[in-house]
Write a protein that binds this ligand. Structure first.
Ligand code: FES
Length: 390
């Protein structure tokens, strides 16, 4: 077996592509969630290297339509395998199908890992361990805080394991919100992690529908509770890095509060379940045929993908996204969420200009370098070129 899986071997934003993978194991996590372990054959090791906190997209056909969903990887990089957690969404077509049907031996299309919800401290340590060790000696502890809700624990668990294992000076406060104790995912893994790092890991379970001994740990994570945690449990001014993963409202609440307390934005990493905007413009043309305007009122979109150039005319009246236009002529154009959240559809604008509706995925420096989310982007000049390979 020559397989090696390392965090340093991959770039957070490499372009992803689908491969069929075989499921090795399906393990129940709660009544409404399963952990799915995929076997990674030796020849796909490089494609499926990942960094703790990244995600994969799954693709299948349900009710006659292709369906894609993204799921975070829940384990540290492990040779020969990759684990994700899938929690049932209310009315969720894919998540319910997966919980009811996926079994060991099934083969399903899985996209190579991507995503930028990763610890910059961990990346620095991987790339320059001597500098990181010196920084730890100079500054004492490295302090981290993570907020997760429901299945938002999935990437946070992977990040927590990596931070605590790699940096003996790391201290992590984890706030994990659920409705009830029976909804808590990875109960055993979290308890094991606490046992392994009793002085460096503090876990605060918040339950919104069950009474706990401490009022701080009972009820929803609202503005008052957040202020109480930030005032009484940890001090924001000494935290080196924050990790937020959950629904839009929770993540926005915490980001706003941290900004109000002058926490630098580049210390706050976040990942959303969804934007809470299912009527995303990128879905606006779903089911409707789009044809070029014979009167010539079209945007001319050129794109580069896997070294091949594609071109498509997009009628100005349709207001379709660059992603949707490109998908009409190339079915392998990368995307997962189509909601501006995951970053899978990222491309660089190399000619012309676009406007972007939403962006919950790209960092400011990526925007400055000309990257856009094509699922959210619309041309504003008659000709536009984007490069998915850049
Ligand atoms: S496909 Fe997820 S951000 Fe565009």
């Amino acid at each position: 077996m020559t397989t090696t899986t390392t965090e340093a071997a991959t770039s957070p934003r490499r372009r992803a592509s689908f491969r069929p993978l075989t499921i090795r194991e399906v393990r129940p996590l709660t009544d409404n969630a399963v952990e799915v372990t995929f076997a990674i054959p030796d020849e796909l090791t490089d494609d499926f290297n990942y960094v703790s906190g990244q995600y994969v997209a799954l693709r299948t056909e349900l009710e006659g339509k292709e369906v894609r969903r993204s799921y975070s990887i829940c384990a540290e990089p492990t040779p020969g395998e990759l684990r994700i957690a899938i929690k049932r969404d209310v009315g969720g077509l894919f998540s319910n199908w997966a919980n009811d049907n996926l079994q060991a031996g099934h083969v399903i299309d899985v996209m190579s890992p991507t995503g930028a919800f990763i610890s910059q401290h961990a990346m620095t340590a991987l790339n320059d361990p001597e500098a990181m060790a010196q920084e730890s000696i100079d500054s004492g502890l490295s302090r981290y805080v993570a907020f997760a809700a429901g299945s938002g624990i999935t990437p946070v668990l992977a990040i927590a394991k990596a931070l605590l294992a790699r940096n003996p000076h790391a201290y992590l406060n984890l706030v994990y919100s659920n409705r009830a104790a029976m909804d808590v995912m990875f109960v055993e893994e979290l308890a094991d992690l606490k046992d392994r790092y009793p002085t460096r890991l503090a876990i605060h379970h918040l339950l919104s529908r069950e009474q706990r001994l401490s009022p701080t740990h009972t009820g929803r994570l609202d503005a008052d509770k957040l202020k109480s945690l930030l005032g009484n449990v940890f001090r924001p001014e000494v935290v080196d890095e924050w990790f937020l993963c959950g629904p839009f409202e929770m993540v926005q609440l915490i980001r706003d509060e941290l900004a109000a307390r002058d926490v630098p934005a580049d210390r706050v990493r976040y990942e959303l379940f969804t934007t809470g905007r299912p009527e995303s413009p990128s879905d606006g043309n779903a089911g409707r045929p789009v044809v070029a305007d014979p009167a010539g009122e079209n945007w001319e979109i050129t794109f580069n993908l896997d070294g091949l150039e594609g071109q498509v005319l997009s009628p100005k009246s349709a207001r379709e996204s660059i992603l949707n236009a490109a998908l009409r002529v190339r079915s392998d154009v990368p995307f997962a969420c189509a909601g501006g959240v995951c970053g899978t559809c990222r491309a660089k604008v190399t000619d012309g200009e676009v406007t972007m509706d939403e962006n919950y995925a790209l960092e400011p420096d990526e925007l400055e370098r000309g990257y856009v989310l094509t699922c959210q982007s619309h041309p504003t000049t008659d000709t536009v070129s984007v490069d998915f390979d850049a």
